[in-house]
Design a binder for this molecule. Sequence first.
Ligand code: TEU
Ligand code: CA
Length: 587
Amino acid sequence: MSKHTSKNTLEQIETTERAWWKEAVIYQIYPRSFKDSNGDGIGDLTGILTKLDYIQSLGVDVIWLNPIFLSPNDDNGYDISDYYEIMKEFGNMEDFDRLLHEIHKRGLRLVLDLVVNHSSDEHPWFEEARKSRTNPYYTYYHWWPAEQGEPPLRPSYFDEDGTAWAYNKQTDSYYLHYFSRKQPDLNWENPDVRREIFDMMKFWFDKGIDGFRMDSISLIAKDVSFPEINIKQFPGLFEFYAKGQHLHDYLHEMNRAVLSHYDCMSVGEGSAVPVEDVAKFVDPDREELNMLYHFDAARIRNTSLPDFPDTGIDYSLISLKKMFAEWDKAVDRGWPSIYLGNHDQPRMISRFGSDDPRFRSVSAKMLATFLLTMRGTPYWFAGDEIGMCNICFENIDDYNDIDTKNRYKRTEKEGGDTQAFLEEQKQIGRDNARTPFQWDKSANAGFTTGKPWIKVNPDYQTFNVTSEEKEKDSILNYFKKVIAFRKENPNLVYGTFTLLDINNPRAFLYLRESEGDRFLVALNFTPLVAIALPGFLLEEVEVVLCNYKKPIDIDVKDEITLRPFEAIVLKLRPKTESYIDSLDLLE
Ligand code: TEU
Ligand code: CA
């Protein structure tokens, strides 16, 4: 349980406690796939501009754009060759300025992606660096001189041979790349590199942007003596990457040099960060970042799939609930971020809800209820509000993603089962989340008049904005309703979070409490009926949200019956001061 106290109205909440980024809903856009304005099949900044009214109509507050900077697109913009230029396919600086202006005009804010663990190998810094060991830019990157023999084991996330070292002939040394060979890691140990990055951040803040999502930020610091990784301590190897000795010195330095001078938000991508380390990033006293997001929901879902077909039970849900409660507690002094999917993960409905036509819509609404009633800033991935699901490509040629393609090559090289690999990618492949946004029933879902850079999901005839705007009970309209509800109830932002009925393998049940209101959220994560047990008698309740047409009859009861993927939010009017004091809670 969080010790975070809160009040009922915004006025009562201490001004020191309040922050616009805590009250905001973040809407993440993958620009390549959102809206194409010129028919080249690639989404662009002007495309986003033409859809700002739609975004505003949702009730979201902040737009986060995946990288929009100049890039040869080895990894769709996560390989930047000029941090001060806009990616050619997306437009130019004028388009950007116009977009930012129009965003602010609507009272929305803009967060950009900061990709500084690595640059592109086509960045002028690297083009210089790779020329000779005496080049002034050589020390902007990490190298292992060939005369010292084979470099120590460093795994790569993307490399088709699995190694994070690539040989460069001109310097007779290997450069380090945690991601693809075209993404050499920047040397943060070099103060000149840090200065360049901080200057670049100021450039964008001075233009007026409202924050950064920081890519792979947990991986930036390296032990440049490059010791052998202790496999006992770091069996997954990658966990070692998020333990760089000076990591928190650099983040503190960035905060003092840049972030603290602006009214901005910062959220780090916590690759390989375990729950016990999160406070180091987000404890306000440490002056580093505002928020950090983690990968534990994805990890749990992938390692222990639900047992629906056999038992109708989802035991992984218990781990999932405990994990969310644990992270909530771990960031008690900071601020949590809540999400279930993004451009690196499959569609959240496919992963946590159900693609089955009987349950797709109701599970999408249930997940929306979850994300918008948890404690923490919700990160909403564009398309989830209309129920977009995995496309599940059959063929490797349908994929664009370097992650999928290189893993496929590696499986082939190692004589592995490529068919099994493709089956797995249908469930977890990143391109599932990158198919074009579905605007209407016209060709290519109204995304482009040309040939889309990646296939459109054929289900767009049913799941698209135009149809759902008209349909009263659509996922889209439900999403808007829950956002509005969150806005009306600051308790849902600042109230405490308490997990109930922890070992229930079908229902996710929790309280959001402040001095006045108490909300009980009951969610069924399975396609079967679930009985949720709050542990106290439900008296004088009001159903304030429900994803079914008619809420079930909840009178004086001590249990809540939930239909498949049902979501119910109850407002409790307790007779006694606090129910929870008398409850047997987590600890
Ligand atoms: O992802 C970093 C990361 O932690 C990877 O493990 C990522 O989750 C990958 O999808 C695993 O399959 C960030 C970006 O979000 C991602 O899109 C980039 O490809 C990557 O960094 C490199 O910049
Ligand atoms: Ca375009």
